[in-house]
Each structure stands twice: as C-alpha cells, then as structure tokens.
Design a protein around this ligand. Structure first.
Ligand code: AMP
Ligand code: GLY
Length: 421
C-alpha cells in the first residue's frame, strides 16, 4: 500500500510511526512532515488540494490520511471523491466535518440524537439582548464558544456575569475571533474531569481506540494559559468498564448512527472530548481528527496493523478488523520553547536525542539547518513518549529521558499524570 499522510506535528508523527510499523505499507509519504518523521516516511511538500490530488495520481497512492482538521473542514474528502475516487480518504466529508467546524452544528446534532451534552443556546449580533437574558438564567462560571474554528482559542470561561457580558460583546459586536464568532454558543458549565475518547469509523462500524487524558494548561497543577497540550497519558484510570460502556451506548453508537440518519458520510477518526460528571459522560466537543498530544500515547499502545484498519474503512468492513491494544500505560511529556503559548524564540539547537534509547521521540516543531543540526521551530518542539507496566514507571522513564535532552529555554511540565497516580 502507498499512503500519503498530511500534517507536520506530534499527532502526525504518531500516525507516521504506527503506519510505518504495518506489514502492509509499501511507501509512506508525508506532506509537509518534519525532520523526525523522515525516519518513518518520505517528506514531500504539497500545496493545496490540486497538488495533493495530482501527486496521489502520479504516485498511485492508495490511502490519504488527513491529520489536521482544516483540510477536512475545507472539503478535501469531497475533492478526492470527485478527482481521486480510487483513493481511500481517512477523514470525513465537509458536511460531516462541521461536527468540529461549527459548535452550533455539533450541539444541534447532539440534541437531535439525544447525546448527553451541556445545555446551550446559540446567538448572533441580532440576538445579543436575548443572549444576555440567557446568560442571566445560568450559574457562574459562564462558558462562551465561538461557533467556528478559532485555532483552539474560541472557548472562553468567565467567572462573573459582567465579564461574560463583556466577552459576548467582544465576540458578537467586535468580531473577536473574526467570522468564527459571528455566532456564539452559550452553555452550561459542567464540573467534572475530562478525558478524550477516539474511534475510527467506516461510517457504519467503528473500533474504539485507547482513551487518553491530556494536560492543556501551561503551568503545573493545571494553571495558567491554555496550550495545544503539554502531555498525555493512556489508559485513563477513571475510564473504567462501567464508564466506557456508558460512553459507547450513550455517545459513540448514537453519534455513528446519527451520522448515518443525517446522511453525513464519515470515514475516519472521531474524537470525543468528554467530561466525566460523577461517573456520567457528557460531550464537551467533537473533533474530526485525532488529538494532540493524545495520539502520541494512544498510538504507542496500538498493537494491530493500522493500515489494515484503513483498508477495512475503505471497504466498510471495519467489523471484521481485529483490534489489539497493549494493556501497558503510555505517558507523553511535551518539550516546549520557553515563553509558549505566548511569544517564544525558535532556532535553538537541540542536543541529546542520540541518548534516548527506550523512549519514542516525536517531533512537533523542529527543522534542520544547512549544517544538518536539529533546531527548535515551534512552541511545542518534541514529545517524549514511554510505555511501561504502570503509569508511575512510564512517567519515570519519560522524565529520565528528558534529562538527556536540551535546548535553550526548554520548558516542560513536571506533573503530567501526577493527579492520577
Ligand atoms: P474546547 O475548545 O471545546 O475543547 O473547549 C476548551 C476547554 O474548555 C475544554 O477542554 C474544557 O476544559 C472547557 N469547557 C468547554 N466546555 C465546557 C463546559 N460546558 N463546561 C466546563 N468546561 C468546558
Ligand atoms: N488535545 C486536544 C486536541 O487535540 O484538540
């Protein structure tokens, strides 16, 4: 099989690695990829759907795996249906990708299919007065969500009514998130503990991948600004059998069936961002892709052949796929540039990667200079993932690996997974 994988971050690194482990892989291309991914495939640089489509024709690509959400929300799966119908695309059509592309669409979908989620209403600048009335019916804290994609920044949680009203003005009247906040979802605050559940679906059948927990805040003890994610662990101790069975029956099944009922074509990963409220699961958000840095931990535990799963998706025969998961625990710690998620410097020389034997090192934001030295090239630079019998051992291995790695102003959280030990 020949595969083209789109993306360049830690998530795509994890996908590239697990694809490279398949017995079915002939050739893996990655666009644009990164220096770390070059150990698992060949990086190419393709711009726009047209170029990607022509490349797939010329190289006789069998499967296109779309890492990030943007090309899906922009309709790459639909473009391939017309121009490259012979290619299996792992990623939903544009209409189905609205599950991530529009919070209002996602909430409406959940309401329609009876999927547990926070109560909500959606407003525009035409209905600002009603929005403020609705806010007054809720208890603090207040959750405001820009409807569209806002690079992970579109959710704002405010402690007081005054601040919530001011934020609402910013979003609806002053276009704080541009077109993304021309509609705003206001919803009930759910108090609980979050986890991420992933499935791969062919539109009818699905397999449930290992669940994970990510650590979103920059500071220890989950404090400070939100980031793209500072670490992850899998499995999640509180996602026990009872909880996961509720997740499957109340959330996963109705979602896959709902997509079918609504005529939404979906082949690919579904990411359920969940809140566990006293043992009851609620959907916080859908994403139409894998999570980052969850993928780094999730795919470290994936023990069957992922390319066979992709082939089964293409044939709509995922019910025949034999999923194998390593029962051990995976932990991932992100190494970031000092200052991230605010201003930070790039171009710092990274050393010590040659001494990191037992860990998986995924690159998230790196590049090589003309002398071949590895440099930092983003806020999140490297993900260090270890798999061991227990969470404690996996974490210890991550942190002893990190002792070997260095770049100027390197920052990482020292408390990943501590809350679950
Ligand atoms: P999202 O961008 O949808 O993942 O939201 C960002 C974060 O906001 C989530 O990971 C949650 O921590 C938090 N959040 C979103 N919606 C709610 C809610 N209804 N209740 C409590 N926390 C929420
Ligand atoms: N880790 C959260 C996300 O990928 O959106």
């Amino acid at each position: 099989m020949k595969i083209l994988l789109l993306g360049s971050g830690g998530r795509e690194s994890a996908l590239a690695r697990v694809i490279s482990l398949s017995n079915k892989i002939g050739k893996l291309y990655i666009s644009p990829g990164n220096p770390g991914m070059a150990q698992w495939g060949e990086n190419v640089n393709l711009q726009g759907f047209e170029e990607i489509s022509i490349f797939c024709k010329n190289e006789k690509i069998d499967i296109l795996v779309v890492g990030p959400e943007q090309p899906l929300v922009a309709g790459i799966a639909d473009f391939f249906k017309v121009n490259n119908p012979e290619v299996t695309v792992i990623g939903p059509t544009k209409d189905a990708a609205l599950l991530e592309g529009s919070k209002d669409f996602a909430k409406d979908f959940m309401l329609r299919h009876n999927i547990p989620t926070a109560q909500y209403k959606t407003f525009t600048n035409q209905t600002l007065a009603q929005a403020k009335d609705f806010l007054r019916t809720l208890k603090a804290p207040y959750v405001l969500k820009a409807d569209g994609l806002a690079a992970g920044k579109g959710v704002v949680i405010l402690p007081t009514l005054e601040e919530a009203e001011r934020e609402l003005d910013e979003m609806l009247l002053n276009s704080k998130f541009g077109a993304a906040s021309s509609k705003v979802v206001i919803e009930e605050f759910l108090k609980g503990i979050e986890c991420s559940v992933f499935v791969l679906t062919d539109g009818k059948n699905y397999i449930i991948l290992p669940e994970a927990k990510d650590y979103k805040k920059i500071g220890e003890g989950d404090t400070g600004l939100n980031t793209g994610g500072m670490g992850s662990i899998s499995p999640v101790p509180f996602c026990n059998e009872a909880f996961m069975s509720k997740v499957e029956n109340r959330i996963i099944k109705p979602t896959v069936e709902g997509l079918q009922k609504d005529g939404l074509e979906y082949q690919g990963f579904i990411f359920f961002g969940l809140m566990n409220v006293d043992g009851e699961p609620y959907v916080i958000e859908y994403n139409v892709r894998m999570g980052d840095p969850e993928s780094e931990s999730v795919f470290a535990r994936f023990s069957s052949d992922i390319v066979e799963a992709f082939i089964a998706v293409g044939k709509k025969e995922l019910d025949k796929y034999n999923l194998k998961i390593n029962p051990n625990t995976a932990a991932t710690v992100m190494l970031c540039s000092g200052g991230y998620p605010e201003a930070y410097e790039k171009g710092k020389v990274i050393t010590g990667l040659d001494k990191t034997k037992d860990a998986i090192i995924y690159h998230a934001g790196t590049k090589r200079d003309s002398e071949g030295r590895l440099l930092s090239n983003g806020g999140r630079v490297l993900a260090v993932t270890c798999l061991d019998n227990t969470l404690k051992e996996a974490l210890a291995e991550c942190y002893s690996t990190i002792d070997e790695i260095n770049f100027d102003k390197m920052y990482f959280r020292k408390d990943i997974g501590q809350d679950l030990l």
